[in-house]
Design a binder for this molecule. Structure first.
Ligand code: SF4
Length: 258
């Protein structure tokens, strides 16, 4: 049973009534898996709804875990890079030209995005900065499936789109409903063989949560010169990542790999 979720945003109707009002959170539990992902209460890593639902007594951002960033000597960090590098230039361009952006943002990418989608729908005509997100109701798996079925070329950094046999609960070469032409009955879970998401090449967002090869380790293999540059100290003309990561690993008891 869900004890708490963002009831206010779930209860709001959306422009064009693309979502029906959800009066009881129990309704969420009986929704199809896809809808749960759109509501931001189920992630692709197969966690249960309860695990993904913030409780009243636990911050959804678990501030305590990251309190060491207030310690003396901590590197200065913030979320402002997105404003400086992405949002602000786009807003300036929109103001100058009168054009409005159309993006490929997905509601399931973050709680904020799913709340915005619930509030405004795919086309945020009434937003302070109007925006169209025609793919908002797609899930990440929808995108991968579309690429997979249509054999679309994608940027090399993502690798190939392949079936994730482990997540699909399948064994490779096993006969499936899909082989019998009943694909809809058993959609495989798909994954990319390279990066699964990309942002700025030096972005460290979420790097402490990576399993297997980390992004900086991958950068070392694929772009050794860039790797050298970010790891070098300020004095040597670099970005000082090595020192910063070492500090975070030591003080936060984390294991950011590089
Ligand atoms: S991708 Fe990472 S570094 Fe780039 S703007 Fe977003 S959070 Fe900042």
């Amino acid at each position: 049973m869900i004890s708490y979720a963002d009831e206010e945003s779930l209860a709001k109707s959306t422009r064009g009534r693309q979502i029906t009002n959800t009066e009881s959170l129990e309704v969420l539990e009986n929704m199809p898996r896809r809808s749960k992902m759109l509501f931001g209460v189920l992630t692709t890593d197969n966690k249960t709804m309860t695990e993904n639902t913030p409780s009243k007594d636990r911050s959804r951002y678990n501030c305590k875990r990251y309190m060491f960033f207030l310690d003396e000597g901590a590197p200065e960090i913030s979320h402002m890079c997105c404003n400086v590098m992405k949002k602000s230039p786009v807003h300036t361009y929109a103001r100058k030209t009168g054009r409005k952006p159309i993006t490929a943002q997905l509601a399931c990418e973050s709680r904020l995005r799913s709340q915005q989608w619930l509030r405004n729908g795919c086309n945020g005509f009434d937003m302070k900065n109007p925006i169209s997100n025609p793919m908002a109701f797609w899930t990440e798996q929808d995108v991968l499936l579309y690429i997979y079925e249509n054999h679309l070329p994608i940027a090399s950094v993502y690798g190939d789109v392949v079936i994730d046999y482990e997540a699909s609960g399948r064994i490779e070469n096993q006969l499936t409903w899909e082989d019998l032409g009943l694909f809809e009955l058993e959609k495989p879970v798909l994954k990319t063989t390279g990066c699964n998401r990309t942002g700025c090449v030096f972005c460290g967002f979420g790097c402490h949560l990576e399993k297997g090869q980390g992004r900086f380790e991958r950068l070392k293999e694929t772009h050794p010169q860039l790797y050298e540059y970010i790891m070098k100290s300020w004095e040597e003309g670099g970005l000082n990542y090595k020192e910063v990561i070492d500090w975070i690993n030591e003080h936060g008891n984390l294991n950011i790999k590089y």
